[in-house]
Design a protein around this ligand. Structure first.
Ligand code: ZN
Ligand code: ZN
Length: 362
């Protein structure tokens, strides 16, 4: 990963936004710019340097992580928020316009900065400035997401036989989480979803004590973390031969997901991928059962820019990593969702998820 080269991209975007500096407060953005993984820090990006401000818990870890990432940033360790704010004041004196991350700052913090710490400087509400840059991954980032996706593919393959033993949703989720950890990852990327039968009609159902029975559709949605980078995938299985309603859902959603994958390419608006999935399901007469957006960017966060939805203003670029995950949810029958994490290329996209989509288990 080229961590050191990222600050230059932020400075170019800052110049475009008319800012002399940016106070980065969103921790995943700080990690992306410096390699810092701690739970408390602010990062000031100025024209000629980067200053990470953190507290005593990170006096050793902070400089070590920045050095390991090759980030050209200095680290200032100050015990309390008041001292940290005094330093940010000193470091920004003489600068006319300081950008803040409007998507990530609390209202209270904005008021403190505007009415005290940064008085006299124009505060600029930047929107998704670092987030937009983060959405295009370098090869090192794609490799980490791919490793996370591969671990989930293998973990899922190991757990599938369990689905035929009438397990509870919770037992399947726990087994999958264990397999994900056993494959050298940092663990699951989010709370694993296992939703069987009618419970599957809720897109974000939590695993409970329902048992997986013959005739059920089972939705399994899981991801892993490798060196901070996340993957996300969903498969749906029919326990035994599916009934006619279930078959129709399975075929239509698989076709919609393939249509979305076929539409993804550098230069294409993200909303066109959403439209491809939605159009496919509409054609099957099931568009009204598709209850959410088609996908999301993924990387240091499980949901990050760009959104893949009808309202998304983003354009896909080579290196953008997104999920493509249409679904259909029929009350009383259950749900079907197929989700791959894909890396966009000039010619199309490359799936980082390789688990088979054959839905019938018997
Ligand atoms: Zn998912
Ligand atoms: Zn997802």
């Amino acid at each position: 990963m080229d961590v050191a080269g990222r600050a230059g991209k932020v400075r170019a975007a800052l110049a475009e936004a008319g800012c002399d500096a940016l106070l980065v407060t969103h921790l995943p953005n700080i990690r992306w710019l410096t390699g810092f993984t701690g739970s408390a820090a602010q990062l000031l990006v100025r024209g000629d340097d980067l200053v990470l401000v953190t507290d005593g818990r990170y006096s050793e870890q902070g400089p070590a992580e920045l050095a390991a990432a090759g980030a050209a940033a200095s680290v200032e360790v100050l015990a309390n928020p008041g001292e940290q704010d005094e330093l940010i004041d000193r470091l920004t004196r003489g600068l006319a316009r300081v950008g803040l991350e409007s998507d990530h700052l609390t209202w209270a913090r904005q008021r403190t900065l505007a009415a005290g710490v940064l008085t006299g400087r124009d505060l600029v509400a930047t929107e998704s400035l670092v987030d937009a840059l983060r959405s295009v991954k370098d090869p090192g980032e794609v490799a980490r997401i791919e490793a996370a996706a591969a671990a989930v593919d293998a973990a899922l393959a190991a757990v599938l036989p369990l689905l035929l033993d009438r397990p509870t949703e919770r037992a399947v989720a726990l087994a999958l989480d264990d397999e994900i950890r056993a494959r050298g990852t940092d663990g699951p990327a989010f709370e694993t979803i296992v939703a069987t039968g009618a419970n599957g009609a809720r897109p974000h159902a939590r695993p409970g004590e329902r048992t997986v029975e013959a005739g059920h559709l089972v939705v399994v949605d899981a991801g892993a973390v490798v060196d901070g980078y996340r993957s996300d995938m969903t498969r749906t299985y029919s326990i035994g031969p599916p009934g006619p309603d279930a078959r129709r859902l399975l075929d239509a959603v698989a076709a919609a997901q393939a249509a979305g994958v076929a539409a993804a390419r550098a230069g294409v608006p993200a909303r066109a991928v959403d439209a491809a999935c939605r159009g496919s399901l509409d054609g099957a007469g099931l568009g009204h059962l598709f209850l959410h957006g088609t996908g999301h960017g993924i990387g240091l966060e499980v949901h990050e820019a760009p959104a893949v939805s009808a309202r998304s203003a983003a354009t896909l670029a080579a290196g953008t990593v997104v999920t493509i995950e249409p679904g259909a949810y029929l009350a009383g029958v259950g749900g079907v969702r197929f989700e791959d994490t894909v890396a966009v290329t000039e010619a199309g996209c490359r799936s980082l998820t390789h688990a088979p989509k054959d839905p019938v288990l018997s």
